[in-house]
Design a binder for this molecule. Structure first.
Ligand SMILES: Cc1cc2nc3c(=O)[nH]c(=O)nc-3n(C[C@H](O)[C@H](O)[C@H](O)COP(=O)(O)OP(=O)(O)OC[C@H]3O[C@@H](n4cnc5c(N)ncnc54)[C@H](O)[C@@H]3O)c2cc1C
Length: 513
């Protein structure tokens, strides 16, 4: 990729940021036939895009808020993503338990509207449930006062895995996509942005990259890029933190997720099965600044614990927490003091020097966000009209009728290649740790094919070990560091540095009480 970067005189589109937003734009731009480069400071999805609730959803909560346009758009995108990445997006059923007399008809009717809005892209009809039916689907729900429930469907995915597959899709269509390449400044000609200055942080090498248009897709870091353009620019972003706690599956006892429709702060809380664990969240805590490694606050952890104790028969304790992860939402700046009331719509702005910034949005709507921003970027780049093709574009690894219970299902068609690695060396079928579902072949595959550069890349985003079980992930770090070092010809000092770095990060995924 770096050789391609060196060999290209001028790109059409340069995207800063390799999260859902930036990667979606790279796929859109490259598949329209634009000469595209994407630069990511750390690793793909290192920011917010690996820290979501893992739902591809219209957003039942936004329906409650009356944001019909956002829900309609997200439901349409949910259907398109399920169609184009069936190896990664699965149909997830949810139960909303009802404890008050009015709740069944209130949520039941609301979800019928949700079904109707999804139209032909719906994932299955919602249904009123009796108390017995509700408990059959969610056996660990507190029975005391339970009246019944409502069943509905949304999509579920692995966020970082989709990010990696989007990077690969963009590359499959000719884009140059590079991680560990930090944009440090903008180049201008006659006051108009015409390129970026970037540093390859692994080899410590500087680059000046010429391009017809620059898109700032750096999520919670958008203001730092806007300031490179104009130090006096007004803030684009409000930051709001959300956390999730991860527990063993025994606290859900079923493949049906639970949605608690109203928390004390008027939000919803999800308990969703994911890679044979459950993730429970989230919170909405305004924070003043961006961080690439946000840390869950004690009050946030307590908030989630209090709510699940209210709704579950068998209560998890703090010792049962396998991991806690935090992410920060890049919300479009608004005057509202309550971040949960700020719209999840996306917003595109163009500065006087024609830096294009895209902020807000959701993972679910990344494709539409990319389409919208590219319509503007093509115009700004002075290029002739090129049609967007992503509505029907398969994501890398595309595989129909995927068995979501089969090992390595999330690689889609790449699974065959991983199987071939194991055929050449059967020891690669061994687990990296007895408490983790990942095998050694996945690490080798990631280093050889998915631009995995560090132990953290391998354990946080190529596999999801850090999010599933932080202690086990720490235990596997020495083995993984040695494997990567062998593949990349690194020395002992590199190995020690990598293990130490990973341990420092992983410490914050194990709550301290
Ligand atoms: C708790 C939580 C739960 C959520 N749950 C859901 C959900 O279930 N479903 C859903 O649809 N959405 C969900 N979202 C929203 C969704 O995750 C975000 O909207 C989306 O991930 C934002 O992606 P992004 O690319 O804009 O930002 P990011 O993923 O943060 O990407 C920005 C990237 O820019 C890079 N960058 C920064 N500065 C530079 C630089 N100078 N040079 C190069 N690169 C740079 C960063 O390293 C980062 O990787 C959730 C969000 C949160 C916080």
């Amino acid at each position: 990729m770096i050789e391609q970067l060196d060999a290209t005189k001028e790109f059409d589109i340069c995207i800063i940021g390799g999260g859902a937003t930036g990667l979606g734009i790279a796929v859109d731009a490259a598949s329209r036939g634009c000469k595209t480069v994407l630069l990511e400071k750390y690793d793909f999805a290192k920011g917010t895009s690996s820290r979501s609730t893992k739902l591809v959803h219209g957003g039942v909560r936004y329906l409650q808020q009356g944001n019909i346009k956002l829900v309609m758009e997200a439901l349409k995108e949910r259907g398109l993503l399920k169609k184009n990445a069936p190896h990664l997006v699965k149909n997830q059923s949810f139960v909303i338990p009802n404890y008050k007399w009015w709740e069944n008809s209130f949520y039941g009717i609301g979800l019928k509207v949700y079904d109707w809005m999804a139209g032909s892209l719906g994932l299955g009809p919602s249904k009123f449930l009796s108390k017995e039916e509700t408990l059959a689907l969610a056996p660990n729900l507190d029975e005391d006062g339970l009246r019944g429930g409502v069943l509905y469907h949304d999509g579920q995915f692995d966020d970082a895995r989709l990010a990696i597959h989007l990077a690969m899709t963009a590359a499959d269509h000719g884009a140059v996509v590079i991680n560990y390449m930090s944009v440090e400044g903008l180049m201008k000609q006659n006051g108009i942005v015409c390129g970026v200055k970037a540093i390859d942080t692994i080899n410590n090498k500087e680059f000046e990259i010429k391009t017809k248009a620059v898109i700032n897709a750096t999520g919670i870091f958008s203001d730092s890029i806007a300031k490179m353009d104009d130090p006096k620019s007004e803030p684009l972003i409000s930051h709001s933190q959300g956390i999730h706690l991860v527990f063993d599956k025994e606290f859900l006892l079923s493949d049906t997720a639970i949605m608690i429709p109203r928390t004390d702060d008027g939000r919803v809380l999800f308990a969703v099965p994911w890679h044979n664990k459950i993730i429970i969240g989230t919170t909405d805590t305004p924070v003043s600044s961006a961080s690439e490694e946000p840390i869950a606050m004690k009050e946030e952890i307590e908030f989630v614990m209090q709510h699940i104790h209210r709704y579950l028969k068998k209560d998890p304790s703090y010792d049962d927490v396998r991991s806690v992860f935090a992410g920060i939402r890049p919300l479009v700046k608004s005057n509202s003091k309550i971040t949960s009331a700020i719209s999840r719509d996306h917003h595109i702005s163009v500065s006087d020097s024609e830096l294009i910034s895209i902020t807000g949005g959701k993972w679910t709507t990344y494709r539409k966000m990319a389409e919208d921003v590219m319509e503007i970027a093509i115009h700004k780049a002075g290029m002739s009209e090129k049609e967007c093709v992503t509505k029907n574009l398969h994501v890398h690894g595309y595989k129909e009728n995927n068995n979501y219970n089969a090992p390595l299902y999330y690689y889609g068609t790449d699974k065959n290649e991983i199987d071939s690695l194991i055929k050449t060396d059967p020891s690669l079928a061994e687990l990296v740790h007895p408490s983790l579902p990942y095998i050694k072949a996945e690490i080798i595959w990631a280093v050889q094919n998915e631009m995995c550069m560090t132990v953290e890349d391998a354990l946080a985003r190529r596999t999801r070990a850090l999010l599933l079980d932080a202690k086990a992930a720490t235990g596997s770090a020495p083995l993984v560091a040695n494997m990567i070092a062998k593949e990349m010809d690194k020395d002992h000092e590199w190995i020690t540095g990598q293990i130490n770095n990973f341990n420092l990060i992983a410490k914050n995924y194990l709550p301290n009480y």
